[in-house]
Ligand binder design. Structure first.
Ligand code: NAD
Length: 349
């Protein structure tokens, strides 16, 4: 099995996470070194036992390097990826792949001319909670799913420095939004007919500190995607409705359940007190009308991100994260920006 040697440009939070947590798990990829413009991070690279290249040029000139990970702020992905491809390296970009679909098209053209591979680290396709939702949708355990609500809520504001500024590719649409939207595009078939969006700028930045997006798939499935950084009480990570039940995943520890109609009892529930009134409509279903089921284990993907990158480069394997999927994702993000600017829902596909 051919081994690949790799280097990282941008050794901040995510670059060093790749170095310590992700690359060591790759069966045939080895990290040699990294470059960062910040002298303190250059020292961290050396302290961590890797080659600390004095410049990006020096990293790219190292003939042992087959593959470069770009893990800098988002606005730097394009020039650094193009430089690496032109130096004959394969490239992984952190998400969002690029600032716009036009940028990605440009980079893919360079990759094609250079006969090198370009990948995007859409790692949350592997998240256990998302694998569980995938199994619920595909197994029809709650019937045909017609609504998916996917949320991440925090109360710590926008983290770090560059994420506060639009010009560096900051904001939550380009941060968590990229992950949550990618998951739904990967999961659900067919075109998205309409996109509706609102952003929040409560913290006073020139980019969003949270957003709510509604995607109407042509199939009839409606999704709500929401990211918040000013939520002192969080809504569940996932809330999914099907024709025969409802599923909920509360958090990343996978607390949650499926509640599924048994179909054996259609007796109307007894009315309950609701505030100062009375309701049958909102009363809990009769005990034998539903059953509570544990969440399923989750459908695994064929292999890890890095093993797939290795197999694509060395053996022409099928990609788990396809460039055309990433391009569609960036087009969707453009449509979301358009919808927020105009205050109108926009047609998409
Ligand atoms: P960070 O600020 O912690 O680190 C960025 C690093 O890049 C810094 O050390 C900075 O000095 C360095 N840098 C900036 N410009 C550079 C240049 N021209 N050459 C070399 N180094 C340069 O940011 P982060 O949180 O690590 O985010 C980096 C990237 O990773 C972003 O694209 C972000 O969206 C992505 N990210 C992805 C995930 C994920 O789960 N896939 C999670 C976090 C961040």
């Amino acid at each position: 099995m051919k081994e690949l040697t790799m280097a990282i440009v941008g050794y901040g939070g995510m670059g060093s996470y790749h170095a310590h947590a992700l690359i060591p798990d790759a069966a045939h990829i080895h990290l040699k070194g990294a470059f960062d413009i910040d002298p303190a991070r250059q020292q961290a690279i050396a302290d961590d036992g890797f080659v600390s290249y004095p410049s990006y040029g020096a990293l790219l000139a190292d003939p042992e390097i087959d593959l470069v990970l770009v893990a800098t702020p988002n606005d730097r992905h394009k020039p650094l990826a193009i430089q690496a491809l032109n130096a004959g390296k394969h490239v992984i970009s952190e998400k969002p792949a690029m600032m716009s679909p036009a940028e990605l098209e440009e980079v893919l053209a360079v990759a094609k001319d250079a006969h090198r591979e370009f990948f995007t680290h859409q790692n949350r396709r592997w998240d256990p909670d998302f694998r569980v939702i995938t199994e619920i949708v595909e197994s029809h355990s709650i019937g045909d799913v017609f609504r998916i609500e996917s949320r991440v809520h925090g109360a710590n504001g926008i983290p770090g420095d560059w994420r506060h500024y639009a010009k560096y590719g900051g904001g939550m649409i380009r941060d968590w939004g990229v992950h949550l939207l990618d998951q739904l595009l990967f999961l659900l078939d067919g075109p998205i007919s309409r996109v509706t969006a609102e952003t929040s700028t409560i913290l006073g930045n020139d980019c969003d500190d949270g957003f709510t997006v509604r995607l109407d798939f042509a199939s009839g499935i409606r999704c709500v995607v929401e990211v918040g950084t000013t939520n002192f009480i969080s809504l569940p990570r996932w809330y999914v409705k099907g024709t025969k039940g409802t599923a909920e995943i509360i958090d990343w520890d996978l607390a949650g359940e499926q509640v599924i109609a048994t179909g054996v009892d259609t007796t109307a529930p007894a009315p309950i007190r609701a505030g100062v009134g009375l309701t049958k409509t909102m009363a809990p279903p009769a005990e034998n009308a539903v059953r509570h089921a544990a969440l399923p284990a989750g459908t695994p993907l064929a292999e890890s991100f890095y093993d797939n990158v290795h197999d694509v480069i060395t053996a022409g394997a099928a990609r788990i994260v396809k460039n055309e999927e990433v391009l569609r994702l960036l087009r969707l993000i453009d449509a979301i920006f358009q919808a927020t600017e105009t205050g109108q829902s926009v047609g998409f596909e």
